[in-house]
Design a protein around this ligand. Structure first.
Ligand SMILES: [Zn+2]
Ligand SMILES: [Zn+2]
Length: 390
């Protein structure tokens, strides 16, 4: 153990004083980078953050002056000082002072985590909350549909509140307020960018009939009820369904075992060879396949059933709030999963190498043509921040 006596320790402290300025600059740079990343662009917000760094630094500095007076003079060893602080890292913090300053065991670093800066922004004003009604709320209900399930309504419902809370808890990792403020708006824009549907997946989503259809049918058939027997070729895939898929990918991304593999079937028009059996896939359904580790869950094999059920229960049902089959309105639904032990099919209602998810149980008002999309532009539309600033 290296020991410092008073004068040695004092020079050590002074050395650290000099490091302050240097580290402050580095800290500011890393905070600027974080602000860029999370999309905080308003100059007054950025100035505010930089001012907080200065304040934090002053706070740390003045505490250190005190340390020097009180602790170095009685000839305390450096390491002891550092260790004492390391063991009690929140000693100089309370709700009103910056919660950053600590000596590390080597006595050099002071610490302010850039992400902690977010706490210093003034509480944002509420843009939307329960009971409100707005076209932007409809967009939020669509774009966050995968966080607990939702329908494209312009109303901020109980369900919207739950959805916002789930999004805050899981994606934003902030306090669950259940209201929409500018941070939520920016986070939704970020979520959309991060989990965007790429071109490879768009190809998988399109109808592969190889006939006179450019991917999403020809609008054939009468739009009728109930949905189960509706032959109408909707003009694309339902946006809430696709955003549900985006959220699924977010949740899958939080672990390393189960991975999305491919969309084995998206749109199937009336000309598709399997398009006659069911009309669900005319815009309202996705068949999704997965890997478990290096194992590709595919083909008609009984061993697929267990991992598929696991994925259904622990991702689809847990986070997207899917129901099995279609008993309740306005939920995402999955088809039954199952196969006989000899790998033979139980019936056409059971899937065995994919998970089928659909919006068939949505009420007609939530299945309007305008909710269906055909590419990234019609899925994503404008950023929420753009809509807010209009
Ligand atoms: Zn087709
Ligand atoms: Zn299907």
């Amino acid at each position: 153990m290296q020991l410092y006596y008073a004068d040695e320790a004092l020079s050590k402290w002074n050395e650290i004083d000099e490091l302050f300025e240097e580290e402050k600059q580095q800290k500011k740079e890393s905070i600027e980078a974080i602000l860029d990343k999370i999309g905080i662009i308003e100059p007054y917000h950025r100035d505010f953050a930089m001012k907080k760094v200065d304040e934090a630094l002053e706070h740390v500095k003045s505490n250190w002056q005190l340390e020097k007076e009180q602790r170095i003079k009685p000839s305390l060893w450096w390491k002891e000082v550092a260790q004492a602080q390391a063991q009690n890292p929140t000693a100089n913090t309370d709700a009103n002072t910056p919660k950053l300053s600590n000596l590390s065991a080597d006595g050099k670093a002071w610490f302010i985590h850039p992400v902690a800066m977010i706490d210093y922004f003034p509480k944002s004003e509420i843009l939307f909350q329960k009971g409100d009604k707005h076209e932007i709320i409809r967009e939020i209900n669509i774009r966050l549909a995968g966080f607990g399930g939702n329908v494209p309504t312009d109303e901020f419902t109980e369900r919207t509140e739950k959805m916002i809370k789930q999004f805050q808890r899981d994606y934003m990792q902030v306090e669950e307020t259940g209201v929409v403020d500018i941070q939520v708006i920016q986070a939704i824009d970020r979520f959309q960018e991060e989990y965007t549907i790429n071109n490879t997946i768009w190809l998988q989503l399109k109808c592969r009939c190889g006939k006179q259809c450019d991917g999403f049918g020809n609008g054939l058939g009468k739009n009728t009820s109930p949905e189960r027997f509706n032959k109408y070729e909707y003009p694309g895939l339902h946006r809430s369904l696709l955003f549900g898929f985006c959220a699924l990918n977010f949740y899958l991304g939080r672990q390393n075992v189960y991975k999305f593999r491919e969309i084995s079937s998206g749109y199937r028009c009336s000309l598709h060879k399997e398009g006659k059996k069911t009309s669900n896939h005319r815009g309202k359904a996705l068949d999704i396949q997965f890997n478990k580790g290096n194992w590709e869950i595919r083909h008609r094999l009984y061993i697929n059933i267990e991992p598929l059920m696991y994925i259904r229960d622990n991702f689809f049902a847990t986070y997207l709030n899917t129901q099995e089959k279609w008993a309740n309105s306005n939920l995402f639904s999955t088809e039954l999963i199952g196969l006989n032990k000899d790998n033979s099919i139980i019936d056409s209602e059971h899937t065995y190498s994919w998970i089928h998810m659909d919006v068939r149980s949505f009420e007609k008002q939530y299945l309007l043509d305008e909710y269906f999309c055909t590419d990234a532009t019609t899925l994503n539309k404008e950023k929420l921040i753009t809509l807010i600033n209009k």
